[in-house]
Ligand binder design. Sequence first.
Ligand code: NDP
Length: 287
Amino acid sequence: MDINSTVELNNGVRMPMLGLGVFRSPAGEITRSAVRTALEYGYRMIDTARIYCNEKSVGRGIQDAGVAREQVFVTTKLWKEDWANPRQGLEQSLERLGLDYVDLYLLHWPFHGYEQAYLALEELQKEGLCKAIGVSNFKEHHLESLKAAGATVVPQVNQVECHPQNSEEELLAYCRKHNIVMEAYSPLGGQGQSLVGDPRVTSLSAYLKVTPAQVLLRWNLQRGVVVIPKSVRPERIKENSQLFNFELSLDEMDAISSINANLRRAFDSDRIDQRPAATFPKIVEEE
Ligand code: NDP
C-alpha cells in the first residue's frame, strides 16, 4: 500500500484509499488552499458535499494544484432540498466545482423517500455525470431496501462514521459480502471529539514512533476501509498522508479494534427525518 493505492469499485472504477475531507472547512481561501496543499502532498481524492457550501472553493483548489482532471477523484453529495430534481442538484454542484463529471455522487442521508432518490442517481450515472454512485449513513436495512425498490446498481460505496470507537464491524462484513466499499467519515473521531488523545492510541503511537492520527488512519486502511481525514492545516494534511512507511501487526490491529464501543457520534440515520431542520447547516452560496 502507498499513497497511490486504490480500491476497485463494483463497476470497475478505481477509488483512492486516502482523501481529504472538507466538512466545516470554510469556503474561500482556507478550503481552496487545503485542497491545493493536499494535492501537492499526493492526495488524489477530495470529499465535499452540497451542504458543506464549499464546492466552488474545492474546484478552485483543484485548478490551482494543476493536477490532471482524470487523476483527481472528486466526491460530492446530493442534499435533500434537491431530491425533487436530482439532475439539477448534480448539475449545479458540477457548475460550482467547475467540472463536467464527479467521480462519486452520494445520497447524503437516508431521509424518507431515499429509495426513489437513489434510483435517480442510477440515471445520472448512466449519463456519465457521475462515474460511481453510492450512499452515506446507510445501515444494512437501508441498503437492503434499495433492492426491494428496484435498484439495479449495487451502491459502489457506503460512507459512514467509522473510527475505533465505532468500528462498524458488522456493516463492514455486509459491505464486503455485497461488494460495496466502505468509506470512513470522521476517521479521527470527528471534529471536536477526536480520538488522537485517547491513551490506548497514544501509547501505541509512541511505541511505533508515529502520531496518534496515523495509527487511527492506518487501522482503517488495513481493514480495507477508505479514509477521508479533514484538516485545514498544512502540517496535519501532510501528517495524515504519511501512512505508508509502517504497518500495524495483527495484535496491534486487535488492540485498536478493542476500543470499539459502538459509539456513533453523528445523528442516528434511523431518526434523521426527526432531526430539527434548524440543526442542519444553513446553505450559504459562495462568492
Ligand atoms: P475527522 O475525524 O477527519 O477529524 C477532523 C478534526 O481533526 C478536525 O477538527 C481537524 O482539525 C482535526 N485533525 C485533523 N488532522 C489531525 C491530526 N493529524 N492531529 C490532530 N487533529 C487533527 O472528522 P470529520 O467529521 O471532518 O470527517 C472527515 C470528513 O468526512 C469530513 O470532512 C467530510 O468530508 C466527511 N464527513 C461526511 C459525513 C457524512 O454524513 N457523509 C459526516 C461527517 C464527515 P484541523 O482542521 O484544525 O486540523
